[in-house]
Design a protein. Structure first.
Ligand SMILES: Nc1ncnc2c1ncn2[C@@H]1O[C@H](COP(=O)(O)OP(=O)(O)O)[C@@H](O)[C@H]1O
Ligand SMILES: [Mg+2]
Length: 247
């Protein structure tokens, strides 16, 4: 049975008088992969930040696992983030730390594991993203695609129920981008992780989404499958798909 795991209800957010969210309503089901489409500056990243309490909406409610994030105190938010993996836009690895320490970081922060357990967990997550024996490398020694994979391994290190990707393929060449998209789908299917992907990349949307939500002028204007989106009669959706709306 489908179960709602994340819900935005009538969410408003403005910055210095600029109204970014004008009543966002969106439900995400357990285990599904939802892509979030929208033009540059439409408030996609802010939406993800609100979801994990890094930003507070001015009005409205956001519930995750049935709990209202907008009312959570810092210690509750830290607990919530243990269950939500993030691969944020431009999310750099810590340059001065090895691959191992980068992935171990959220484990040390959130879980009480022994060093042996941490070593095993790091190796296991690296294997899942298709990398082996690179624990001792420094980020500077890795290609762009490998860095993304390490970022992914870090995002899934705590074995989250939800994972948020903010423009995961931006800046990658098409082949590497495709591999990252495949990996996103694989992790969602293999680990059953509820997935939200913010992207401009329509190919990414097509590959990774069960459903797609489109953010336009502060509201979710449509939610549906790729097929539904590409046959939508709504002009704003047509314009977006055909690239008329600048992304
Ligand atoms: N911390 C902030 N302070 C002021 N304005 C912000 C802040 N974060 C985002 N904004 C503004 O909110 C709007 C939406 O931002 P964002 O969610 O990052 O857009 P995008 O859809 O490209 O991810 C933009 O106009 C941005 O300038
Ligand atoms: Mg953004």
């Amino acid at each position: 049975m489908s179960r709602v795991i994340i819900e935005f209800r009538d969410v408003y957010k403005s910055f210095n008088g600029l109204l970014v969210h004008k009543g966002i309503n969106l439900s995400i089901l357990k285990g599904e992969s939802m892509s979030l489409l929208g033009g540059s500056g439409s408030g996609k990243s802010v939406l993800l930040k609100e979801l994990i309490g890094l930003m507070k909406p001015d009005k409205g409610d956001i519930t995750v696992f049935g709990k209202n994030v907008t009312h959570m105190k810092e210690d509750e938010l830290i607990k919530l983030r243990e269950h939500v993996g993030m691969l944020f836009q431009g999310a750099a690895l810590f340059d001065s730390l090895t691959v191992f320490e980068n992935i171990a970081y959220p484990l040390r922060e959130h879980l009480q594991l022994t060093e042996k357990e941490i070593r095993e967990r790091v190796a296991e997550k690296l294997r899942l993203v298709g990398l082996i024996s690179i624990e001792l490398k420094m980020p500077a020694e890795l290609s762009g695609g490998m860095k993304k994979r390490v970022g992914l391994a870090r995002a899934i290190a705590t074995e989250p129920d939800i994972i948020l990707y903010d423009e995961p393929t931006t800046g990658l060449d098409p082949r590497t981008a495709q591999r990252i998209n495949e990996l996103i789908v694989e992790l969602q299917k293999k680990l059953g992780i509820t997935t939200i992907v913010v992207t401009h990349d329509l190919h990414c949307v097509k590959t990774v989404s069960d459903r797609i939500a489109m953010l336009h002028e502060g509201k979710i204007v449509t939610v549906g499958t790729w097929k539904e989106l590409t046959t939508s009669p709504m002009q704003v959706v047509k314009d977006f798909i055909s690239g008329t709306i600048c992304v």
